[in-house]
Design a protein around this ligand. Structure first.
Ligand SMILES: [Ca+2]
Ligand SMILES: [Zn+2]
Ligand SMILES: [Zn+2]
Length: 302
């Protein structure tokens, strides 16, 4: 398990997160879909409650369309924005309430997708990190944080490209997975170590921060499973208790997981070199953990 997966280089991009008031009644009896999302009626919404992919560039359409159907419980919306009103679109926009389609210990206990998780499992799931980082704590949940509905507007440049100016990513949303959940980078906010935070991850390798923004720092095993990727079942029995977890198999290098704010797609994590969608060996990743090659969604390379 390599926690150094999401290195994003933010280029021209913009993001806004508006926390929505927690609607506990809706959380207990979720009525799934756009109409239960505060984002739809949020005055900051660009897409409203609809998808409009007509101005998404042809080369991005297959990939971006996946945002509209990957999360079977909570709708996301995709559109474009002509921010300077000159008649040509400037941004690809994804709007999300940032709630996963998979189960989590971090949903309210009354939520349909709540599932208990024994955090001691993380001692075995992240055994290599435990050893290398010398972690000696007792894993537990991330305080009282729970998954809360958000309204996230991700604006990616309509023609993403490599920038000559690189900017460090922040300790907040740096992109969105196809299910609408935030990608954070591979670091904990100052004062914390990711090698400690790792042990607060739920059964799907995510956790919420203190305003309820659920996020992934590492490969999202349950999302990978739900997208049809390959995961492995693991278990260990210690003192007559059996701990079970799933992990990314390391062979999902051609599985699209989402995008970063700069418009670069994120694929299922693999080591440095893998095979592209044409069966060719890929180049090594650069110092920003990115490389260029053909994928299923980008046949001319991305
Ligand atoms: Ca324009
Ligand atoms: Zn975190
Ligand atoms: Zn690759």
């Amino acid at each position: 398990m390599n926690p150094c997966l999401w290195i994003g280089v933010i280029l021209v991009s913009s993001l806004c997160i508006v926390s929505c008031a927690r609607k506990k009644n809706k959380e207990t009896a979720p009525s799934y879909g756009c109409n239960s999302n505060c984002g739809c009626t949020n005055p900051n919404s660009i897409c409203g409650c609809t998808n409009d992919l007509s101005n998404i560039p042809a080369s991005y359409k297959t990939a971006i369309t996946k945002y509209t159907n990957a999360n079977t419980n909570y709708s996301l919306h995709v559109c474009t924005q002509d921010s300077d009103s000159d008649g040509s679109p400037d941004y690809m926009v994804v709007e999300s309430s940032n709630r996963p389609e998979h189960k989590s210990h971090y949903f309210e206990t009354t939520h349909a997708l709540y599932e208990l998780f024994d955090f001691l499992t993380n001692l075995y799931k992240y055994a290599a990190t435990k050893t290398s980082a010398g972690y000696s704590g007792i894993p537990g949940s991330a305080g009282h944080n729970k998954i809360a509905e958000q309204f996230i507007v991700m604006k990616m440049p309509i023609s993403p490209d490599n920038s000559s100016t690189k900017t460090n990513t922040t300790y907040s949303t740096i992109g969105l997975a196809l299910n609408g959940v935030s990608f954070f980078n591979e670091n904990a906010a100052p004062g914390d170590q990711i090698t400690n935070e790792l042990f607060t991850f739920d059964q799907c390798s995510g956790h919420p921060q203190n305003s309820g923004v659920y996020h992934y720092h590492v490969d999202p095993a349950c999302l990978i499973r739900d997208l049809g990727g390959s995961v492995t079942d693991n278990s260990t029995t210690v003192n007559e208790t059996t701990y079970r977890w799933i992990e990314d198999s390391g062979s999902n290098g051609n599985l699209l997981l989402g995008f970063l704010l700069d418009g670069h797609p994120v694929y299922g994590p693999v080591g440095d070199n893998h095979t592209d969608s044409n069966g060719n060996a890929t180049p090594s990743i650069d110092s920003y953990n990115g490389h260029f090659h053909a994928t299923t969604e980008f046949s001319s390379g991305t």
